[in-house]
Ligand binder design. Structure first.
Ligand SMILES: *Cc1c(COP(=O)(O)O)cnc(C)c1O
Length: 654
């Protein structure tokens, strides 16, 4: 228990961060106000200069009319009510907020979004967004570079990315794209397209590698381009008629009885958007197979076993999802191992897409990039931290460039307003299969051709109309803070360092309060989420520990019935389920907390252990100006609560 607790090196003050946000106290209010006024005026000049000869259509005297005044009063009243109501909002900006995945907003993104709003571009297509639709495609390329995907639109295999309402829809887009590419060679066979070398049977057509699938698509496109217009139309129709997007799941699999509906493999820690995605796509939740983890990181041995079974049973796999920063624990799956397992499976004729759900952890990749885009070694990255990155974490980030697609949420660790998830695929060519109108128009592989094609963005994305202002926010932010360790990397560096300080402080807390509570960090954090498991001394039942953690959380959660100022800190809870954790890990944690494993109920609320969860993304957790550590303050607060609760015994299960 008394193992020396390594303390991170003192954090040097980072002055870039001073200018990045409005700030916990609104310190940068003058800067934001200046920008807002400047660009509002600029917008008005733009309106006036469209046709300066057009006179004002609203009379100058209109402001005095009673109806005008009545409208203004009503508007003001409602806006004041709104503004007052919003005072109950969650104070994401405060370093006292360490609950969910939200924090302050980056000024460049906030300002870009606000300045774009009155222009109201709709990124569904260039007709409605001549400026911001390009920015969205560029933002996709910026993210592609961060991940290590090819990002030069002059290269045929260039990546492509677009924004979505959030990670949920980006994950859904990944499923759609993987299914389109997997099923297309089967459709080509069914349509009996001549002169293209097609796989021998449906099983092998359904199990082409990503590269072979793309080569087949290209071969078909080139062949089609050489046909006469009449033949082209006929063949196009014939192939379209066989596609899964045309026939639907029922029709497609009925037409190919040797194929079963494919599985999607994901770790048990995967976000529930995967379940939603399988329902939405019509694959059904039965097809989502959740794989066990080792310390909340996907267990590669279990993946290999599952793949061997699937190959044996001829059960196709659509995709394997690896999570880069799990929502509940911040853990990072061994992406390199997933890719190795796929290589092995490929040898058995079972192939599938590898998608990285980096909705949370995507921007951590900036820590691993030099300014020229090359990968930093583990030693280079590690110089700034106590433990980060473990060799496995470094290997996972180094392998990102070899995956097929990824989800990244600019509205999480990108510190941007909501409505900005992103889907990025390593090779843009299969996107043709998602086009709503058959997208076989050829553009030379030039940056101009690439951009021109994706200006009809609505063709390719799940949504229709969408915010161009959100795209401007992402693009401008990535220009101000390029996605490498010297620029954007300042932000995740601060959060990972905060997590290391928090981890060290949590272990000291455990020693300091050992007389009244058993406390432990259940797994060393891979990134910037740190959990804390607690059990009051003298209690051996899971129900008792859960009641205690619930009582602690009652003081840490959002409660609109109470004035905000009564709240000292915000935290969140999650749970550890034995079926997710595995027997050995469950035993380790329960023993560490002096809990009796037999008290885990089979059903009811106490079939799992509740733990506190802390998201350490606020950049000001350590206030250098005033010498305040909100991490220390949090643990002092938690210590007081723990002592009060244990003294009162008020946590007893009902
Ligand atoms: C947050 C999250 C999602 C869902 O993203 P939304 O933006 O909330 O739709 C998916 N996967 C992971 C790993 C996440 O953390």
């Amino acid at each position: 228990m008394s193992a020396a607790v390594p303390l991170p090196a003192p954090v040097p003050r980072d002055h870039t961060l001073d200018a990045c946000f409005l700030g916990p106290y609104g310190e940068n209010d003058a800067l934001l106000e200046k920008l807002m006024v400047e660009f509002l005026r600029d917008h008005v000049y733009w309106r006036r200069n469209f046709h300066p000869e057009d006179p004002p259509a609203i009379a100058t005297a209109a402001v005095h009319h009673p109806d005008y005044l009545a409208f203004e009063s009503r508007m003001r009243r409602e806006l004041h009510l709104l503004s007052a109501a919003l005072k109950k909002s969650v104070p994401f900006h405060s370093p006292r907020y360490i609950g969910h995945m939200a924090s302050d907003l980056l000024l460049p993104g906030l300002a870009a979004q606000m300045l774009t709003l009155p222009y109201n571009p709709n990124n569904v297509s260039e007709d409605a967004a001549p400026v911001t639709v390009d920015m969205e495609v560029q933002a996709g390329l910026q993210l592609a570079r961060m991940l290590g995907y090819p990002h030069d639109p002059a290269v045929p295999a260039c990546a492509f990315g677009h924004l979505t309402s959030g990670g949920t829809l980006a994950n859904y887009q990944a499923l759609r794209l993987a299914l389109a590419l997997k099923a297309f060679p089967v459709a080509l066979r069914a349509a009996k397209v001549p002169e293209i070398e097609l796989p021998a049977d449906d099983w092998s057509a359904f199990n082409l590698s990503h590269a072979d699938g793309i080569a087949m698509l290209e071969a078909w496109q080139h062949w089609l381009a050489e046909q006469t217009p009449a033949a082209r139309a006929r063949w196009l129709q014939q192939v379209e008629a066989e596609r899964i997007e045309q026939r639907g799941m029922v029709g497609f699999f009925a037409a190919h009885p040797s194929l079963r509906v494919p599985l999607v493999l994901a770790p048990v820690t995967a976000h529930y958007s995967w379940s939603k995605g399988l329902k939405l796509l019509g694959l059904g939740r039965d097809q989502l197979e959740l794989l066990p983890t080792d310390g909340m990181r996907l267990d590669p041995a279990a993946l290999r076993d599952t793949l061997a079974r699937c190959a044996r049973e001829r059960l196709p796999v659509l995709m394997c999802v690896a999570v880069l920063g799990s929502t509940e624990y911040g853990t990072i799956d061994p992406i390199h191992e997933v890719l190795a397992a796929r290589d092995q499976s490929r040898g058995r004729g079972l192939d599938f897409a590898v998608h990285v759900d980096a909705a949370w952890g995507g921007y951590l990749a900036t820590l691993f990039r030099h300014e020229d885009g090359s990968l930093r070694t583990r030693a280079e990255v590690a110089a700034d931290y106590v433990q980060f990155p473990t060799p496995a974490v470094h290997a996972a980030f180094a392998a990102l460039g070899d995956t097929d697609s990824a989800t990244v949420d600019p509205h999480k660790l990108g510190y941007l307003p909501y409505g900005t998830g992103a889907f990025i695929c390593r090779d843009h060519r299969p996107m043709a299969l998602l086009a709503e109108r058959a997208d076989y128009v050829f553009h030379a592989a030039t940056p101009a051709g690439y951009l021109a094609r994706y200006r009809s963005l609505g063709q390719f994305i799940p949504e229709g109309s969408k915010s161009g202002a959100a795209a401007a926010a992402v693009y401008v932010t990535h220009k101000v803070l390029p996605l490498d360790h010297r620029h954007f990397g300042h932000l995740p560096r601060a959060t990972v360092r905060a997590a290391e300080a928090f981890h060290a402080r949590a272990r000291r807390f455990a020693l300091e309060l050992a007389d009244c509570v058993h406390a432990l960090v259940p797994f060393a954090p891979d990134s910037n989420l740190v959990c804390l498991a607690l059990n009051p001394c003298g209690n051996a039942s899971v129900a008792g520990a859960n009641a205690f953690v619930r009582a602690l959380h009652d003081t840490l959660r959002c409660d609109p019935a109470q004035p905000l100022q009564l709240k000292e800190f915000f935290g969140s809870v999650t749970s550890l389920r034995p079926e997710v954790l595995g027997a050995a890990e469950t035993a380790r944690i329960l023993t560490g907390l002096a809990l009796d494993g037999s008290t885990l109920e089979c059903d009811g609320d106490d079939d799992r252990l509740l733990i506190l969860r802390h998201t350490l993304m606020n950049p000001y957790l350590i206030d250098h100006e005033n010498g305040i550590s909100y991490i220390d303050r949090y643990f002092e607060f938690l210590g007081r609560r723990v002592r009060a609760l244990t003294a009162a015994g008020g946590y007893a299960p009902p």
